[in-house]
Structure formats: C-alpha cells, structure tokens
Design a protein around this ligand. Sequence first.
Ligand SMILES: *Cc1c(COP(=O)(O)O)cnc(C)c1O
Length: 398
Amino acid sequence: MKLEVNEHGFFGEFGGAYVPEMLYPNVTELQERYLEITSERQFQEEFDELLKNFAGRPTPLFHAQRLSEEYGCTVLLKREDLLHTGAHKINNTIGQILLAKRLGKRRIIAETGAGQHGVATATVCALMGMPCVVYMGEVDIKRQALNVGRMRLLGAEVRSVTSGSKTLKDATNEAMRDWIANPHDTHYIIGSVVGPHPFPDMVARFQSVISAEMKEQCLARDGKLPTHVIACVGGGSNAMGGFFHFIGEPSVQLIGVEAAGHGVSSGRSAATIALGREGILHGSRTLFMQTDDGQVEEAHSISAGLDYPGIGPQHAHLHVSGRVHYVQVTDEDALRGAKVLSRREGIIPALETAHAVAHLSRMSFKPTDRVVVVISGRGDKDMGTYLEAFGERISDDV
Ligand SMILES: *Cc1c(COP(=O)(O)O)cnc(C)c1O
C-alpha cells in the first residue's frame, strides 16, 4: 500500500482543507508551494544540516537487551528522546521555519497545549531571529509553568487565551484568528499531522526522517527490516514519522497506541480511533470524539501530549484501510510502562512514549521478531506527575 495525498489533500476519504474563506490565501499559498520548496536541493541541505548539528540527528537505534529478554524478541528503541528540546517535535519546527523563510514570512505563530510544541517553535524562532507568538490557554499556562518559562527565555511571547475552556482548542482558534488577520507576513507552525491540507502531509514528510533512519539502521544491523514498529498517537506525528517508510512494506506490522485514560468506555479517555466518528475537526475530515449532536468531546489522558480528541487524517485512513493496527493503553498501564523502561534500560520516557512501551507487555512475540519502539520524548517534563502518581513507591521495583 502507498500513502499518497491526492491533489485535493485527501487520504482516501479523510483530509482536505475545510477552512473559512478568509484563510484561503494563506492555505492556498502553502498548498501550491510546499512540495516545490521542500524538494529543492538547497532546502534539503539546510534541513539536513540543522537536523544533524542543531537537533542531534541521526538518533541512535538502541538494542534494549533486558527488555528483549523479558519479552522474548529483539526490542530496539528509536531514541527521539535524545533530540534537542527532548522530543521529535523539533524535526517539524525546523522544517517549517525553513519553509516560512522561503515564503518570505517574517513572523511565526503557534498554538500549544502542554507547551512542548511551543518550546520547539520558540527554539527555532530564536535560532532564526524571527519573532514568535505562542497562543496558550490560561489553564495550560498555569499547569505548564516550566515550559512557559522556557518559551519566554527563548524570546517568544506567550499569549494567554481566556475564551472557552481556556485550553488547547481555544488556543488553536486564537492562532487561526491571528493568521487570518496577518495573511502576508505570518506563518502558522502546526505541531502535528493535523489541520487543513497541506499540514498533515507536510508534517509527515518532515517527521519521516525517523523511519528513514530506522530502516537504514535495521538493515545495517542484520540486513532485515523490523517485524513491528510501535508508536504512541496523539495527533499522530511521531507515529507517522515512524511508519512512513514502512507503509509500503507489508511484512512490517505497524501499531499505533492511543491513550485510554481511565479506560476506553469510562468517559475519560483520548481513545480517538476506538471511539471517534467521522467529521470535520481543525480543517480536515477525520475521526474524532464527538457527542451525539456532533460537538467535540473533551479528551482525557494523564499525558498532556495525547490529550487530543482527534487524530490526523492519515491515521484515520490507515485505520479504515487496516494497514495500521490501533490499540489503547490506560493511564495506569502507561505509568507502569514508564517505570519498566526506567528500571530495565535506564531511560525515563515521556508519559506519551510510556503508552507505546506499555503495549509491549500485552503482545506475544516470536524469538525472531525485531520490534522497534519509537521513544518520542524524554520524561523530565513529567517528573511532577511521576512523583505524584508513585509517591513513596517510586523506588519500588516493577
Ligand atoms: C507531543 C508529543 C507526542 C504526541 O504528539 P504526536 O503528534 O502524536 O507525535 C508524543 N510524544 C511526545 C514526547 C510529545 O512531546
């Protein structure tokens, strides 16, 4: 199977660009130019150079021996947690700021929930000397003081959004409003494979470096492709990056892990694929959690990065076509996954990543299986949650 976007921005029945008329000029400009610009040799050289010497690519593919023994297969960890700013998000923000410069933009805006995408955006804006405005809900600003401080230290202006539920979706609305008001000089850096065409395809291409490296690293190890690739899915960018070059390799099983929160049917989850129905969310046709009358439902996950009621259109298509298998992992199991990776391999993962790790224990493998887990980010930002959740038992074994 191939995963190619058609000229209208669709992956099968999902995707497209459902935007208000006032956004047409911005979105159309991007649609018309992103492929031409990103395939220029000079663009690619500059992108590769920054990925290498600023972000720290290629990231290692680490053979996790103790986990391999525990699960009876070869477990390989793709170490995106070692990148600058602590997660895969920097791959995308580097790509988009280079594109923005070539489009002649002088100002960057972004939205952020937990603050990770805001930090990655503020980082590349500092690097390029571009002014940066990050929209963030008032509630999230209070919850994520450390990331707000990082963005400010990097020179970004963090604008508090006080409308609606004062969280991510309201911040997204404000960013859209800003973009409409500043169509000529501003680029909006979206942080995952979501939003109107061309964002899902563009972000997937920038993140596809993850699977390009994985493929090369696996072949260099033993001349074979992996048998499984496992990644967590919030909006879906680290997973798309990890799956991208394996979608056309039917021997590779692809598994996306979404957040089940308190349980898939608890009413407190972010299990978009399990619970979602088709509709239009943030400019594209996709699956998202909605009420009977089609309103967006609030998502819940212990990890802020998975706490999103929708998923990118590629994932909706990969689910419906059966190419990717999507599973759900609860808050409690994710916490256990975080502890397992910390204790067995000396790697404290982000809570998002811990969902992917946790799923390993629920699968059965053959000794010849080669399983790659995308370690999307590191756990420093989640230490407060870990301390609170484990309490006195933080040093107990698992
Ligand atoms: C933001 C984030 C995610 C979720 O976003 P995707 O677009 O689904 O990758 C996952 N892991 C980490 C570490 C993150 O920061």
